[in-house]
Design a protein around this ligand. Structure first.
Ligand code: CTP
Length: 401
């Protein structure tokens, strides 16, 4: 089940580290190549000899030892998954803040692969607002943070905070990363993300509040699932995801986005238009900065090309096209009309009216409609989880047709 997968396991200084031995054993038994990194504190709970013997690979703790430098960049690059189990509150906070004082943290910061964190701590630490904030931060960075279990804790108390059992961790890896991972290998995927800027003059423009987060989460997940991704992104404050399988093109205007889409679209298997394209642009952008001479200024706007509709016209039988609809009311009929009119395979409807959902934030509440008439409504979720739902719905549609 895990054959051909390299898992880098980071073990941190928690009493639950004794379970890492069993975790390594199960992963190796499933066929994974397991390389273990330990924080210095983890060595107080389990020996590197135990983990080296079970994993059949040397175990590293320090970035450099004696005359050897351990290449954390390559460790992060060759891994299919970076698994941190157990993850202490301290390591979680350091990961969320970008601190880098050991080999495990350096590998985390260099990793291009999915990262799964399995926390372990006492209940009061788990529920502390500081820990909540750090976990939320990690989620917003695209890290998959598993839940803690309820039961006996090292403090002698009972409650939430236990690390999941090794068998549950292996099941989570198989369900969330390995099974979907095979399905998009070799597929070419185009994702557009972020807003466009339509110039009024050399210093001003018309744009919108899109952060690009939804498109970025999709691009990253497609890449993690083996696809070759071409990401076209407008100007966003959020940095686009880095991955060896993501090629990035930056655009500013709707016209530049259209040009890039038309160039890449014919080679694509799947195209997802998550960009918030300006529907109108100034008819003439002034070449000089407009002076404030009059009390009123009129801008003449013209419609931009509906890129998604254009791609819909060119779509071949083997291509899959997914669009988004952002409506003030959660109105299914408007989304279905767009699905038909733009010749889409699937449309993702998100409503401006749902609290917590939409453009700039980290969460989204969507409904998905496809051309076979399927309709799925989801609760409010983090955008990374929403990306999972969208890609799973697309895979289901691809298998059903
Ligand atoms: N879109 C596009 N080109 C445009 C405008 C929108 O490709 N010029 C794409 C978006 O990327 C999105 C979808 O069309 O996938 C829906 O955009 P939306 O603004 O919700 O709908 P419109 O079709 O523009 O209709 P309206 O604004 O009237 O609701």
């Amino acid at each position: 089940m895990l054959e051909g997968h390299t898992i880098v396991l980071g073990v941190t200084g928690s009493i639950a580290a004794y379970k890492s031995a069993e975790l390594v054993r199960l992963l190796v038994k499933k066929g994974a190549t397991v390389k273990v990194l330990m924080t210095p504190e983890a060595r107080q709970f389990i020996t590197s000899l135990t983990l080296a013997t079970l994993s059949r690979h040397p175990v590293y703790t320090e970035i450099a030892s004696e005359d050897e430098w351990h290449n954390h960049v390559m460790l992060g690059r060759e891994a299919d998954l970076l698994l941190i189990a157990p993850a202490t509150a301290h390591t979680i906070a350091k990961m969320a803040s970008g601190l880098c004082d050991n080999l495990l943290l350096a590998t985390y910061l260099s990793a291009c692969c999915p990262v799964m964190v399995v926390p372990a701590m006492d209940e009061d630490m788990w529920w502390h607002p500081a820990t909540r904030e750090q976990v939320d931060k990690l989620l917003s960075h695209g890290v998959d943070v598993l839940d803690v279990a309820h039961g006996d804790l090292a403090s002698g108390l009972q409650g939430w905070g236990r690390m999941l059992e090794p068998q549950q961790i292996v099941e989570a890896i198989e369900a969330r990363w390995v099974q979907p991972g095979h399905q998009l290998k070799g597929k070419k995927v185009l994702v557009t993300a972020g807003p466009t800027r339509e110039p009024i003059d050399p210093v001003r423009y018309i744009s919108n509040h899109s952060s690009g987060k939804m498109g970025f989460a999709l691009a990253r997940l497609f890449a993690w699932m083996g696809a070759e991704v071409h990401l076209i992104a407008g100007p966003t404050p959020v940095p686009p995801p880095r991955h060896p399988h993501i090629q990035l093109t930056r655009i500013e205007t709707a016209a530049e986005l259209q040009h890039a889409c038309e160039m890449f679209f014919p080679q694509m298997d799947i195209t997802v238009m998550a960009a918030a394209v300006a529907d109108y642009r100034p008819q003439h952008a002034a070449t000089q900065k407009i002076k404030k001479l009059d009390d009123h200024l009129q801008l003449q706007l013209e419609k931009t090309t509906d890129i998604l509709a254009e791609l819909g016209k060119r779509k071949q039988a083997h291509q899959w096209l997914v669009g988004f609809a952002l409506e003030s009311q959660h109105d299914a009929s408007l989304a279905l009309e767009k699905l038909q009119r733009k010749n889409l395979d699937m449309i993702v409807l998100n409503s401006l009216d749902d609290p917590g959902a939409g453009f700039a934030g980290d969460s989204n509440k969507i409904s998905i409609f496809d051309r076979l008439g399927h309709e799925i409504h989801f609760p409010l979720k983090h955008k990374h989880a929403v990306a999972h739902d969208i890609i799973q719905a697309l895979l289901d549609l691809m298998h059903a047709t």
